[in-house]
Design a protein around this ligand. Structure first.
Ligand code: NAP
Length: 463
């Protein structure tokens, strides 16, 4: 029998997760020369686009325009969307492997790293993931409660996620009013009493993980001063800035110029700190009240960079909430290999590895493959590499154990037998339209459905 990938016998691929990396994997398969392929794109939510919908900040709409590319993929006749289907609950890995030649995990990193300091579990201590999911109307986080009645909050970490969280907490909520921010979040932010956001970097301005455009945006926020201590804006030899790229130099120059401006006169402040590490979250009555910081010095890390070491000097800053934004982490899925230490799916060139050997027919892309790093576009090249491995394996006949039934109806029938009704892409387009018209009433881009049951109910209403 001929290998799959021909008009008589298309290659059948299931991609689990419809965020950027999943869509880029589908795109690369569709573009593979001479390949006849059928792609089923699964998502645990009825809505596609992963972090583009649930992660990108509402005031960064331009970034979200990337969905135009995904839309083209999703509407290709070779692609089907199976929304509201959870791997491990509605269908198992074995069942997928029996229906598809290749399965690609594009499941991202849904959890977060901990700081592992005393007081981290106090009430008022959150992960950035929760806050980002909340303001973006993600069904997992829409019911979280953030007490914005305090005047001062802390954000730990200075990556781009910390920048988003800081900006949303510190900006005038009216600049979010016309976006797709969840209605309850906009309402809560309008009532917010937060005046100071402490954004805490453990290393110096030359090591900051944020992008230049993100820090520059802080300086442009209306009604808010970006405040930086001049003594913390200094860059020592150990930072090896001379080896840094243009972005590093741009970020340092911006911070050093801004540090000269002092405290400013606006009512809200972002106090961006460098070379400090939270060592304890201090509580009162079980709630976060303050954060104890230790000052760091930078020492050579022996790899051409700098690492931080505490110097035994402490200070305490008032803080009614603390958001840790110190990196995401993957969540294990039943039946899928997982490396506890790194928090992602072990792989070699995108081939899932277990017990030292590649598992035939199982692949991984995106953050689940390489960890939580890179911008949305980084995922395109990364998914192309995994698809190259998939095509090499196809050529070599290294495929899944099955499929026992590769007909297009096979997975649908199985799901239907369990009472699972996947949301199709056409149905998502209906939700999309409804969200846009709900938003238009208030001059917003869209008003998202934030509960899965509301999405399903909206789809069952005849048009
Ligand atoms: P990230 O870029 O890796 O930043 C993590 C931050 O946490 C760093 O500042 C890191 O400091 C700090 N950190 C780690 N452990 C810490 C600890 N124990 N104590 C104190 N600080 C600690 O991760 P991210 O911000 O979650 O972003 C993930 C990816 O998404 C990144 O590639 C980011 O660029 C991307 N993203 C992009 C956008 C955008 O383009 N607008 C928006 C959001 C996210 P060290 O540097 O010292 O390790």
């Amino acid at each position: 029998m001929s290998l799959p990938g021909t008009p008589d016998r298309p290659l059948c691929v299931a991609i689990i997760g419809s965020g950027p990396s999943g869509f880029y994997a589908a795109e690369a398969l569709l573009k593979a020369p001479g390949l006849t392929v059928r792609v089923d794109l699964y998502d645990r939510l009825p809505t596609p686009f992963g972090l583009v919908r649930g992660g990108v900040a509402p005031d960064h709409q331009k970034i979200k325009s990337v969905v135009v590319v995904y839309e083209k993929v999703a509407t290709d006749p070779r692609v089907r969307f199976f929304g509201n289907v959870l791997l491990g609950r509605d269908i198992t890995v074995e069942e997928l492997r029996a229906r598809y030649d290749q399965v690609v995990y594009a499941v991202g990193c849904e959890s977060d790293r901990k700081m592992s300091i005393p007081g981290e579990d106090l009430q008022g201590s959150f992960s950035a993931t929760e806050f980002v999911g909340w303001y973006n109307g993600h069904p997992d986080h829409r019911n979280k409660k953030f007490d914005l009645s305090c005047e001062s909050v802390s954000v730990v970490g200075i990556g781009n996620v910390a920048m988003d969280v800081t900006r949303i907490l510190a900006c005038d909520p009216e600049r979010l009013a016309k976006t797709d921010i969840a209605d309850y979040a906009l309402e809560a932010l309008r009532k917010s009493k937060v005046k100071t956001v402490w954004t805490l970097g453990r290393r110096g301005p030359a090591e900051a993980a944020y992008s230049p455009v993100e820090i520059e945006e802080f300086g442009k926020l209306e009604g808010c001063d970006l405040v930086i201590k001049p003594e913390e804006a200094v860059v020592g030899k150990v930072s090896h800035l001379e080896n840094g790229d243009a972005n590093d130099k741009k970020k340092v120059a911006y911070v050093q110029e801004h540090a000269k401006l002092g405290d400013g006169t606006q009512s809200r402040k972002i106090r961006l700190r460098f070379c400090v590490s939270p060592v304890e979250v201090i509580g009162e009555g079980g709630k976060v009240k303050a954060v104890k910081l230790e000052k760091n010095k930078l020492v050579d890390n022996g790899r051409g960079g700098a690492k931080c070491v505490g110097i035994g000097e402490f200070e305490t800053i008032p803080s009614g909430m603390i958001f840790r934004s110190v990196g995401y982490r993957g969540v294990p899925i039943t039946g899928v290999a997982f490396d506890e230490k790194s928090g992602h799916i072990p792989n070699e060139s995108g081939r899932v590895v277990s017990g030292g050997a590649a598992l035939p027919g199982e692949y991984v892309v995106g953050w689940a493959k390489r960890g939580p790093s890179g911008l949305i576009g980084t995922n395109r090249a990364d998914s192309v590499l995994t698809v190259q491995s998939m095509l090499e394996d196809l050529k070599a006949g290294r495929l899944s154990v099955g499929p026992v039934d590769f007909s297009p109806e096979s997975a649908s029938k199985l799901l239907a037998s369990r009472g699972v009704n996947p949301v199709s892409y056409a149905q998502w387009k209906k939700l999309d339209e409804l969200e846009r018209s709900r938003g238009a009433v208030n001059g917003k881009i869209r008003e998202k459905f934030t509960k899965v049951e509301d999405m399903v109910a909206a789809l069952s209403v005849p048009a």
